[in-house]
Design a binder for this molecule. Sequence first.
Ligand code: ADP
Ligand code: ZN
Ligand code: ZN
Length: 736
Amino acid sequence: MKYALVQVSVPHRNVDRAFHYIIPPELKDKLTTGMRVYVPFGNGNRRTEGYILGFSDKSEVDEAKLKSILDIHEDYRILSDKRIALGAWMSKKYYSTFNECLYCIAPKAANQKMFSCVSLNRDNPQLHELIAATKKRSSKQSQVLDLFINDAEIPLSHIKSILDIDNAPINALVKKGILKMTQYRSYRGNYNKSVPAAKPKPDLTEEQEQVIRLIQKENRPVLLHGVTGSGKTEVYLRLIEDVIKTGKQAIVLVPEISLTPQTVERFVSRFGERVSLTHSKMTDGERYDQWTRAAKGEIDIMIGPRSAVFTPFENIGIIIIDEEHESSYKADHSPRYDAREVAMKLAEMYGAKLVLGSATPSIVSYYKTITGEYALGEMKQRVNKSMPKIEICDLRKELASKNYSIFSRALHSAIQDNLQRGKQTILFLNRRGFSTFVSCRKCGYVMTCDHCSVNYTYHRHTNSLVCHYCGKSIPLPARCPQCGSPYIKYFGTGTEKIEQEVMRLFPTARVLRMDMDTTKGKNSHTNILEAFRNHRADILIGTQMIAKGLDFPNVTLVGVIAADLSLNMNDYHSGEITYNLITQVAGRAGRADDPGRVIIQTYNPDHYSIVCAKNNDYFTYFKEEITFRRIMKYPPFSNVFYILMTSDNEELTVKAANTMAAILNKYNSRGRFERLGPAPAVISKISNKYRYRIIIKCEDEERLKAYVLYCVNIFSAIKELKKVSISIALNPNYSI
Ligand code: ADP
Ligand code: ZN
Ligand code: ZN
């Protein structure tokens, strides 16, 4: 074959295809499909990364115009045929370019890190004489030689640090032919923390055994609905054990915030060095190296968030998605892939098992067990047989009886009680900062961000007003910017205020706070959790960072300060999010021998998501939720496409939105697609950009995509509206 077809990694739709390149003679025998190469591209012949998708004897253009491949990046295939097919599938499914999909599937190219080892040059016949001369003459060199009493191969860096020398004496010995230097590949990002010895494997409970049997015999994906603490992780460990015994590999997806040392240790202590993990704080080099280890078969188990679904195992036996209801499994930028769907596709391609586990399955996934697309496995009992007792506390009644504190009397006395018994408490509020609403008492002026249609949140620690959307922060003004009055008032509660109130009301309690503001440092997240685990604090206050996956045996009380926050967010997911949050937070209580108690404060004590969470009644909640969605035509019964138009000129944005609506109207002659809007987006201005949205609903996903993409294309060709950017999202996690 004379030419290679190279998909060039340039992020533009109009070059999202393979181009012909000449294969230079020196690469003729080395190139295969799926290799990563470098090619000259564009007018400047920029050195550009690309992937070989195939070969051809015929060229699309005149041979004289063709350029040659420059070189290869790795001397092995980076994309198997299956991965190339996956990219094509994703690009269609998620209406993104093939290149964008390949960015997910292949690790970003990074240099390979090498290290040098030094050993005696046994091939040299005069070795012994040379050593004897050298030992007499140079003391530095002879010190080095003393390290090589046996046939050791010693890393160069060790020699230098043991003897506290530079390269000179070693180089001299190499030059004389006494020592030789060998290069090895070193892998960045290996898990290298010490791990406690594996505990003996527990005898499985009956529910665990049943579920494992079910998963082993099922060909369909299995949704594992197991209450918090029912032993789902133990089930995963057993399934993985079986899979790797047969020489296959396992991928375990967990939400980034549950990727705590505690979780990782359970896997590493069972499977040792065959486990690797990825996370978002990894450098490109670390990710590249761990990806390479997976591709070379040096590990069998990868644990990580959403992106770990692309781990290049070519013999996948099982994919496990823990906390499958988590919104983080869906990407919120292009390609807007859903790791659950990608996992399903991979499972199909590789004949692998797919297990989706959760105490609070997403409505969409649970519905699939009703239609038969998934099988359902259930674990209804905690391993310790004790579910926490959940109480609802009606905040309206507290107000009526003149309790103006953040804490209801029930929660106040429960905290007091827990402190006295030396037990730990978790207080949950999904809002950071101190006050969420700052206004002037005289004229009513509300402090809002100049760049966004968002109220400032007051942060007491820094005495500043912070916009949680664009991040802008200003010092708290001493006087009202509108009328000059000094009477500034604070409303609303964030975690910072809870912290202050706890310290005021329970002065002896040791308190930790975990939210975005206290976890900016590299290890702060781990440090806070470890401090709490080691009982260096009595009360942990936090946002949803503390809601999931944590297992603290000494926590017997969980307080939810305001269950209404998520209910009031004006989004069709609000019932689901509320049920999930309450159940997950409640699941942190009473995980060991002492029974747990959960107190939920709310102004909506009769809302089904709160009542069902209290009763641990998933099915009733599911029925309420699915009925609402059927009537309102929301997923899983319909698909919702958001079209968002933004620009820095409000008038122009409105004009664009109206134009878009007219186009959508024109091509909807049969009325198949339901349109809502145009209307201002949920947040109508962010960072000085005005935001308008249109929502289109339709049952048929393929039809809906084709229609919207067609209309967006027409819109994009309108010159006067070039300054308006347009973005689209199908069934996003949150209303836009
Ligand atoms: P989940 O993932 O469902 O929340 P875990 O797997 O974390 O539950 O299990 C909860 C606790 O019970 C953990 O401390 C775990 O070590 C323990 N556990 C799990 N299975 C068993 C078992 N069969 N026997 C005894 N303890 C178990
Ligand atoms: Zn004022
Ligand atoms: Zn802002």
